[in-house]
Design a protein around this ligand. Sequence first.
Ligand code: PGA
Length: 252
Amino acid sequence: MRKPLIAGNWKMHKMLAEARTLVTGVLDKLDESADVDVLMCPPVQLLFPMAKAVANTKIMLGAQNVHEEASGAYTGEVSVAMLKDTGCSHVLVGHSERRHVFGETGDRLAKKVRAVVQGGLTAVYCIGETLEDREAGRTTAVIDQQIDEVLASDVSADQLIVAYEPVWAIGTGKTASPEQAQEVHAHIRARLASVYDAATAEKLRILYGGSVKPGNATSLMAQPDIDGALVGGACLVAEDFTAIISAALTAV
Ligand code: PGA
C-alpha cells in the first residue's frame, strides 16, 4: 500500500509574512496522525524560515530546483548540500516550467536527479506531455523518453517520487480526467518496472499534477495508480490545500 503524498509547489509566490500565515493555516487544520505525507516547496528565500515554521510537524520541506554541481562558480545557483542545510528533504526536478521556460534538457535533469539522490535527498521527478504531443498521439512516447533519459537503476528508487503533470493542465484550469490520468499513470508504472523491477515499481509513488483543486482531487486520487498530487495554484490557499490533503484520505 502506497502512502499518499500531497505536495505543494508555491512557484514564485509569497513573501515571508504571507508564507507564515499560509503555513499556520495549514497546520491548524492538519491531523498530525493522518496517514498522508505532506510536502511544501516554497521559493528559495523562504526555505529557512519555513523549515522553522514546520519543525516538529508532519509537513516536509522541498525545493523547486537545484544545481547539479556540489559547489563552485555558479552565480545564482544552490546546491543539494545547501538545500539539505536549510532543512529540505525533497527537491522537484524537471518541472515543466524548468523544461519549457528555462530550457532544461534530459541530460541536465539526469545529472540533477543523481545529485539529489547521491546527496541524500528525495527527487520528485516531473514528467508530462504538451498539448501538441497529446494531439499528435505522442503522449506515451514522450513519457517513455522522459523516463528513459533520466531514470536508471543507479537512481535509488527509495529516494524517488515521480509526478505526472500534463503540460496542458498546468495552471490552465484544465485537468486530465481521472481516466486519462490513470491510463498514463499505469503506463508510467509499467515503464518504471522496466527501469527497476515490478516490485519496485509497485512501491514507487506517482503523483498527478495539473489544476488539482478540492473539487477534483478525490476522483483523481481514487484511481489505483494515482498516489497523491503535486498542487500549484491551490496550495497557496490554506483551506484549498488542506481540503486536498483530506481528499487523499477519503479517496483511499
Ligand atoms: P497548478 O500547478 O496546480 O497550478 O496547475 C501544478 C504544478 O505546476 O505543479
